[in-house]
Every structure is written in structure tokens, then in C-alpha cells.
Ligand binder design. Structure first.
Ligand SMILES: Nc1ncnc2c1ncn2[C@@H]1O[C@H](COP(=O)(O)OP(=O)(O)OP(=O)(O)O)[C@@H](O)[C@H]1O
Ligand code: SF4
Ligand SMILES: [Mg+2]
Length: 364
């Protein structure tokens, strides 16, 4: 059976232009640079990575809110790019988005009830008091909330309204972009639990985007780790957290505190040196080689690693993943280096850039 969402070799490149009177394109930001993923119906895919790695752009391209440069998005077997007009409008009902900051995405002049009625009317769905009450109940808000305005609610309640607005049109897929990042930690778990409960009850499919690995851990069936526009590792959530294979995933996970005191004491911190390179001039070949503590002289900066399956359903884009996993090569200190933009991502072996004055560190 086909997955509900199938993304293949998706690219979204934004032109960088210069010039006041005559504008010319001087380069491209490779926000999404060749992403493929599948989300079966009823499952949750958690997408994580540092700020600026292209998560939101990927989410927006999936919902056809941003035009892809290349690649395809198939939703329930239909190529989304082929849709326009009425068929696109009908399809749009089936995929909805939940945003990070509900206050900026909710109309301050509209009551909650009016917002939900408008959403349902736009897609010709029957509007009944019972349905509105049901929606409020489903997201854990009192019926009286229907007559109130967004500013009258707390952050967590506003996110519940954002979820109700997405659900009021009975979608199949919900893309939740940083759904709890703006909330207090105590409220985050409540909203994540609500998303899970709604998924079970309504058979929803989720793409949950977050920069925090801890957030997607408990809601995801599969997790994809994104770095500079590409997925560098993907696997079943439990497996990926227990056995991270890509050096970048290892570094991200090493920063997550462990609830178990013994595990916390044993936790080895891998501190990445250097800033995230610019997606306008990503390092050639392995995109991570400028920051990788396991970088080898062999292949890392001469050949771009592709995602390949190493365990059941567990894929990783690293030439040396098996050797790292088996402890045959060890982490070493990194002298951060800037990628030379002149070499570009598709140029030949790169020329090491100047050393930056950032502390190298692999420590505890
Ligand atoms: N409309 C646009 N025009 C030009 N560049 C863009 C546009 N939207 C995003 N970008 C650039 O694309 C890259 C990826 O941005 P994106 O917002 O997708 O990242 P993100 O992973 O969601 O980051 P964050 O965690 O901060 O939300 C960034 O370098 C960003 O500046
Ligand atoms: S291919 Fe090389 S540089 Fe890239 S992640 Fe693997 S070890 Fe590091
Ligand atoms: Mg984002």
C-alpha cells in the first residue's frame, strides 16, 4: 500500500538577488536539497535539525505553500504539483498546518467560534453547534471558549485553538511546525499528549517538525534528522535514539539530558565546533565534514554520502557509519574550517578554508 505522503528528491532553492534597478540572481539558498521521505497513514514522522536547516521550508513545500525547484510530493497517490483550481482546493482541506506561534497565526478580531465556522464553511462542511462543541471537547477547552478571542487565552490554550482550527476541516495529514517550542515545558507535554490522543482517535497522519530531539521522541514512529537541507539519518524512533549512527545525530543527542541519574553521569557530550555553514554555500561532498569529529581523510571530502540502509528501516548518510558504530574509528578534535564558497557543493575536492578561532572540543 502507498504511504499517505511520499516525497521524492525534493529541492527548494531560493534565488539570492543583487542590484537595485536591475536585479540579477547571484546564487541560491539550498533550503531543501534532495529530500525523500514516506509517511504511512496514521503514523508520525518527526523531523529535527538546527535552526535554518530547511525544516519549515520542507513542511511548506509538502503543503504546496512553497513551490519546489525539483522533485515530487505525492499525497494519497496524487502528484500535488499537478493540482490547481478546485481539485487543489479540495485537496487542501485534507492537509493542514499547526504553527509555532498560535497568536500570530490566529486572527485577533475573530472569536474562536467564528474562526472555526469560517474554516468549515470554506470547505462546505456542515456547521452545527454539536460539531463546534465536539471540537472544543476534543482539544480540551470548555464550550465557552467559542465566544472568546485569542488574546484571552494562555499559550497552551491558544495552541489548542490552533489544533482545533486545523482539525475543523477533518484533515488526513497535519504538519505541525514547532508546535510546542513557544510553550512552557510543563505545558509542552500536555499539548504533545493531546496530539497523540487525537491521532489515535481520528487516525491522523503527522509530520512534526522541531529543533529539539526530545520533543519528537515520544510522538514519532520515525524520525528524520536534517542537516543543511538534507536528511542525514532516518529510522524508527526508538532505534534512532538508542543507536544514533550519524555523527551529527550523535552530537545532537549527546546534548539531551537523561532522566536516569546513572545515564546522565555517563553521558558524553560531543560539542560541535563552528557555526552551521550557510545553505547558500554548503560544504562540498559530505555537508557535515567541516564540523565532524569522525571525519576521515578517506572519502569525507571527496564523495557525497547517500542515505543507505544500515539496520532495519534505519538509514544513514555517512561513509564511515559502520566503523563509527563498531568503535573502529574514534572521534578526534576538529579545527573548524569555513567552506570555500568558490568550490560550491558540486565542485571537486574542497580546499580547506582558514581555521576559525572557535574552541575545538570534544568533551564531557
Ligand atoms: N522565502 C525565502 N526566501 C529566501 N530564503 C529563505 C526563504 N525561506 C527560508 N529561507 C532560507 O532557507 C533556509 C531554511 O529556512 P527554514 O525556515 O526552512 O529553516 P528551519 O529549519 O525551519 O529553521 P528554524 O528552526 O529557525 O525555523 C534558511 O537559510 C532561510 O533563511
Ligand atoms: S562521511 Fe565523514 S565527514 Fe561525513 S559524517 Fe561521515 S565521517 Fe563525518
Ligand atoms: Mg522553521
Amino acid at each position: 500500500m502507498n504511504a499517505l505522503l511520499e516525497v521524492d528528491d525534493l529541492e527548494v532553492h531560493f534565488p539570492i538577488t543583487q542590484g537595485v534597478l536591475v536585479s540579477r540572481t547571484v546564487g541560491h539558498v539550498r533550503a531543501v536539497d534532495g529530500v525523500s521521505l514516506r509517511i504511512p497513514r496514521g503514523e508520525t514522522y518527526g523531523l529535527v535539525g538546527e535552526s535554518g536547516c530547511g525544516k519549515s521550508t520542507l513542511g511548506r513545500a509538502v503543503l504546496k505553500l512553497t513551490a519546489p525547484t525539483a522533485g515530487s510530493v505525492r499525497f494519497d497517490g496524487t502528484d500535488v504539483a499537478s493540482l490547481s483550481g478546485e481539485p487543489l482546493r479540495r485537496m487542501r482541506r485534507r492537509f493542514q498546518m499547526v504553527f509555532q506561534d498560535p497568536l500570530s497565526s490566529l486572527d485577533p478580531r475573530q472569536s474562536v467560534g467564528s474562526m472555526l465556522r469560517e474554516g468549515m464553511a470554506a470547505h462546505g462542511l456542515p456547521i452545527t453547534a454539536e460539531r463546534l462543541r465536539g471540537l472544543m471537547g476534543a482539544v480540551g477547552l470548555p464550550e465557552a471558549a467559542l465566544n472568546r478571542y485569542p488574546h484571552e487565552f494562555s499559550g497552551g490554550q491558544r495552541q489548542r485553538i490552533g489544533i482545533a482550527r486545523a482539525l475543523c476541516v477533518e484533515p488526513d495529514l497535519v504538519v505541525a511546525d514547532e508546535p510546542v517550542s513557544a510553550l512552557d515545558v510543563s505545558v509542552q507535554a500536555q499539548v504533545l499528549n493531546l496530539l497523540r490522543a487525537l491521532q489515535r482517535e481520528l487516525g491522523l497522519t503527522y509530520l512534526v517538525i522541531a529543533h529539539d530531539l526530545a520533543v519528537v521522541r515520544h510522538v514519532s514512529d520515525r524520525v528524520g534528522v536534517m542537516y543543511l537541507g538534507s536528511i542525514v539519518e532516518e529510522g524508527p524512533a526508538a532505534d534512532l535514539y538508542a543507536r544514533p549512527l550519524h555523527p551529527y545525530t550523535r552530537a545532537l543527542l549527546s546534548a539531551v539530558p537523561q532522566p536516569d541519574p546513572a545515564a546522565e553521569d555517563a553521558r558524553e557530550r560531543i560539542l560541535l565546533t563552528g557555526d552551521l555553514p550557510s545553505p547558500a554555500a554548503p560544504p562540498p561532498r559530505c555537508r557535515f565534514h567541516t564540523r565532524c569529529p569522525w571525519r576521515q581523510a578517506d572519502r569525507c571530502d571527496t564523495e557525497r554520502p547517500v542515505l543507505r540502509e544500515i539496520g532495519p528501516g534505519h538509514r544513514v548518510a555517512c561513509h564511515h557509519a559502520e566503523a563509527i558504530r563498531d568503535g573502529r574509528i574514534a572521534a578526534h578534535e576538529v579545527t573548524p574550517q569555513a567552506a570555500d564558497p568558490a568550490t560550491g557543493p558540486d565542485a571537486g575536492p574542497d580546499v580547506p578554508g582558514p581555521a576559525l578561532s572557535v574552541t575545538d572540543a570534544i568533551g564531557r
